[in-house]
Design a protein around this ligand. Structure first.
Ligand code: PLP
Length: 431
């Protein structure tokens, strides 16, 4: 459920008409519902209330400080994948004791900083990374708490770019060789083995891949405990999908029941790393139609297709271009009853720049405002300045108020840190 709805013909977020936000802040702009975020977090947390657990919000889905703080205020920890994320997580109130650090390519300065801050654990993805962490911890006279990220080789049946738990993916250590690596890790003097981790992919709409993975991880945890390792945490990653179009993902309670069942009787705390499921449907991207023009293509009924050219583009929301993802597009205020088939495209100079293809929509005209739905996760966080387009503003709504939680970037921001090479501006004849 979310708090974006049509009231008296007009789209609102909680108590605020989206039109008011667009008028005040301009477009394109991301709008997040604080109430939806809090509601999603609480539903997820409640689903696991029967067992000891820590929710570590996977902040790469949406790293806005106010979004993170919404969750940390409710007791959340954070799953990070870089030193930059560590810094932003701490700034947003995440206690280090609830930060887990994932990723295949942790750099030395990032490991140093995470050790200095005293995070809960590193989710280690290779033998070489273990050696590096051990070496750094020795120099810092610390013990690094770790779990190994195991790759259970299950097919999450999602988009290939966001499946991570298959043998062929770059992630984790294959589960069959994990015992060997665990025994090796346990002998390092500056490593403290405390957990097992796995994350098989994103936008999963079925529960069975989670259960397969959990079953395999359970077998491993039992073996490790029998070998005398002190496994206190089992991190089962994130990946629960959301409804973009007509997917029917398992609800958090169903998912939780399956996970709880898989680890029944183990004296461990379950760590969860939800991202998309908390934020995806709590945000929209507001954009205005600039121009419309007929396409030379026809729809199925020999009618000309349309192009709706809007002021948001693939640099603002990459998912349609990158994964061919579906995002619902809805007019913000009353619109024509006439329906047309259209491609909704941005100003960027690439044919891959689209937000929707072959979509049946009301006949829009220049100036119309539309909301691109389900854009709260992997929306702003994947945005760029391609074509020298400043990044969009971000707004958070709570009840009848709204606040800008990140300003629109300025033209000056685009060239911050850039310098013209001196040999390009030296005057002729002076050399
Ligand atoms: C991206 C990621 C997540 C979150 O995935 P969602 O599909 O957004 O829930 C969790 N854990 C790790 C290690 C990730 O890389």
């Amino acid at each position: 459920m979310n708090h974006f709805e049509r009231k008296r013909g007009e789209m609102v977020c909680e108590g605020v008409p989206l039109r008011r936000i667009a008028d005040a802040v301009g477009t394109p702009v991301y709008v997040y519902s604080h109430t939806t975020l809090a509601h999603h977090y609480s539903a997820f947390d409640r689903a696991f209330s029967g067992i000891p657990h820590i929710i570590c919000y996977s902040m790469k889905a949406n790293p806005n400080g106010s979004v993170i703080r919404t969750f940390t205020n409710l007791g959340s920890g954070v799953d990070i994948v870089s030193g930059g994320e560590l810094s932003r997580a701490l700034a947003a109130g995440a206690p280090p004791s609830k930060i887990v650090y994932s990723g295949v390519g942790k750099m030395e300065w990032e490991i140093v900083e995470a050790l200095r801050q005293g995070i809960l654990m590193f989710n280690v993805e290779s033998r070489q990374e273990l050696e590096t962490i051990d070496g750094i911890a020795r120099k810092m006279r610390k013990k690094a708490p770790i779990s190994l990220r195991v790759n259970p080789d299950v097919d999450p049946r999602t988009h290939p770019y966001i499946s991570t738990g298959l043998k062929k993916n770059k992630f984790g250590i294959h589960i069959d060789q994990a015992v060997r690596d665990y025994e090796w890790a346990a002998r390092r003097r500056h490593i403290e083995v405390i957990g097992v981790d796995c994350h098989i992919g994103s936008q999963l709409t079925e529960i069975s891949p989670f259960l397969d993975a959990a079953g395999r991880v359970r077998v491993l945890v039992d073996r490790l405990i029998r070998k005398g390792l002190d496994i206190r945490f089992v991190d089962i990653g994130g990946g629960l999908g959301i409804t973009y179009e007509n997917e029917v993902p398992p609800d958090p309670q169903q998912y939780a029941d399956g996970i709880v069942d898989a680890f029944r009787g183990l004296p461990v705390t379950i760590v969860l790393e939800p991202g998309r499921v908390l934020v995806g449907n709590a945000g929209v991207l507001l954009t205005r139609v600039l121009y419309t023009k007929p396409s030379q293509e026809t729809d199925g009924k020999a009618k000309k297709k349309q192009f709706f050219i809007v002021d948001a583009a693939m640099n603002d929301l990459a998912r349609p271009s990158l994964y061919g993802s579906y995002h619902a597009i809805v007019p913000v205020a009353g619109s024509s009853r006439r329906r047309v088939v259209a491609d909704v495209v941005g100003p960027i100079c690439e044919s891959g720049d689209f937000l929707a293809k072959d979509r049946e929509l009301p006949a829009l005209t220049g100036g119309d405002l539309v909301a691109v739905m389900s854009a709260g996760g992997y929306g702003f966080s994947m945005s760029s300045t391609y074509n020298s387009r400043p990044r969009a503003a971000e707004v958070m709504v709570s009840g009848s108020r709204f606040e800008v939680v990140r300003e629109r970037e300025s033209i000056r921001d685009l060239t911050r840190g850039e310098r013209t090479a001196s040999f390009l501006t030296r005057r002729r004849g002076k050399a």
